[in-house]
Design a protein around this ligand. Structure first.
Ligand SMILES: [Zn+2]
Length: 412
């Protein structure tokens, strides 16, 4: 099908090119790590796709820049992107729960298949194809934009290897976001063993979002170890661009609250918020059919919703100190999580390995933050009981990069 990128807001000359799932695919002369970048998983977010096109244009003019491994750029939601809509039937970034994905794997698709089921099937086939032939470390970068104005930021499932990669980006790092979002592609790829981060690069229609996404891609290529050593300057300038764009926002933040939107809710965000604006207790954040929504926290607002489609009204994040990342890494390496069920009020789930049942009546001092440090994530609450599960790969540090990419990374 001949689809075209239709974004009135992003008027780039390259918008006349037909849309295809694979934006580009390049292999270096030597074996090495694999990096897949995904843009347009939400169809109203063309910035990542535009950025991928720019990077592949540069690389195609001088293929010798990429010296090892494989770099692939993919479009997430082709059909929705061609219509400039977030999605057609359902949010493609909520369709990646591992058991659902693998159950539907191999199905050929039916006539009444929902648009996003088809998108997921096709995208999964590409991901499997590319990662399936990888012989070294595998990386994924998922590029998004926000409806409100924003400085760029990075989010990821909180495993040590995702952290290690995310820390190379001089951007605010949000922990815990994916715990509140079910079935994201980033969670799926993390669980599949790939080092995965999501970078939000700015407002949907802002040209700066495209430039930030381009910088994120160059930085990912450099840090994953795919680029020629002489490209240090390009990688450094990408890092500087992101650092400048994120100035004034704390580096480490943890998600404290998600405001869900239900059908017929009538949610409207109070106008004027941009990402990371400070909020005080009792501050008016929005309204719905039941009345005003006021903040119960001191923190910062994240991703205030100023578009029609979406299930999240806003998030509240709070700053934490970097020291906690080191403490958490140490606790995970010591495998403290293996004995945490010795505490009163915590038992191991009878049938689910890696899952704990926390009785909040007994464990009154219980704190989810403490369990986060150990690599657990909240699963669901059943009255006073809370199910938490240990993240797969929580303490993996990832394969060591091969000596060539390690040397190159070290030289920067
Ligand atoms: Zn998005």
């Amino acid at each position: 099908m001949n689809r075209r990128l239709t974004s009135a807001a992003l008027d780039f000359p390259e918008t006349e090119e037909p849309l295809q799932r694979v934006v580009g695919c390049l292999r270096g002369a030597d074996p090495g790590p694999t990096l897949i970048c995904i843009g347009g998983l939400h169809g109203n977010e063309p910035a990542g796709v535009q950025a991928l096109r720019r990077v592949f244009q540069t690389l195609s003019r001088d293929p010798s820049l990429l010296i090892c491994g494989e770099f692939v750029g993919l479009i997430g939601n082709l059909a929705a992107l061609s219509e400039g809509r977030r999605f057609l039937a359902k949010d493609l970034n909520r369709q990646w729960r591992v058991e659902v994905v693998r159950r539907k794997e191999g199905s050929c698709g039916s006539i009444d298949e929902a648009a996003e089921d088809r998108e997921r099937r096709e995208l999964l086939a590409e991901l499997d194809r590319v990662f399936g032939r990888a012989r070294d470390e595998t990386f994924a970068l998922d590029l998004h934009t926000t409806s409100g104005e924003s400085v760029p930021f990075v989010a990821m499932g909180d495993t040590l290897r995702n952290r290690r990669f995310a820390l190379r980006f001089p951007l605010p790092m949000i922990l815990g976001l994916e715990e509140h979002l079910d079935g994201t592609i980033s969670e799926f790829l993390t669980l599949s063993g790939h080092t995965t981060i999501t970078v939000e690069t700015g407002q949907h229609a802002s040209p700066a979002a495209v430039s930030n996404a381009e910088a994120a891609i160059w930085l990912a290529l450099g840090e994953a170890g795919l680029l020629e050593a002489s490209e240090t300057a390009r990688v450094r300038s990408a890092r500087q661009r992101l650092g400048r764009a994120a100035q004034g926002v704390p580096r480490f933040l943890e998600l404290r609250y998600r405001h869900p939107i239900f059908p017929g809710d009538g949610f409207r965000m109070e106008p004027g918020f941009t990402n990371f604006d400070p909020v005080a207790p009792d501050q008016l954040l929005g309204v719905n059919n039941r009345g005003e929504i006021r903040s119960r926290w001191r923190g910062r607002v994240l991703m205030p919703l100023y578009q029609e489609l979406g299930e999240d009204g806003f998030f509240i994040v709070r700053e934490f100190r970097r020291l906690w990342l080191s403490i958490s890494a140490l606790l995970r390496r010591l495998r403290i999580d293996a004995v945490v069920h010795w505490l009163p009020g915590i038992t191991r789930h009878r049938s689910r390995p890696g899952t704990l049942v926390v009785d909040r009546k007994i464990l009154r001092w219980y704190s989810m933050e403490a369990l986060h440090l150990l690599g657990f994530r909240r699963q669901r609450a059943l009255g006073d009981l809370l199910l938490v599960s240990r993240r797969q790969h929580a303490a993996d540090r990832g394969k060591k990069a091969n000596s060539r990419s390690e040397r190159r990374a070290a030289s920067r």
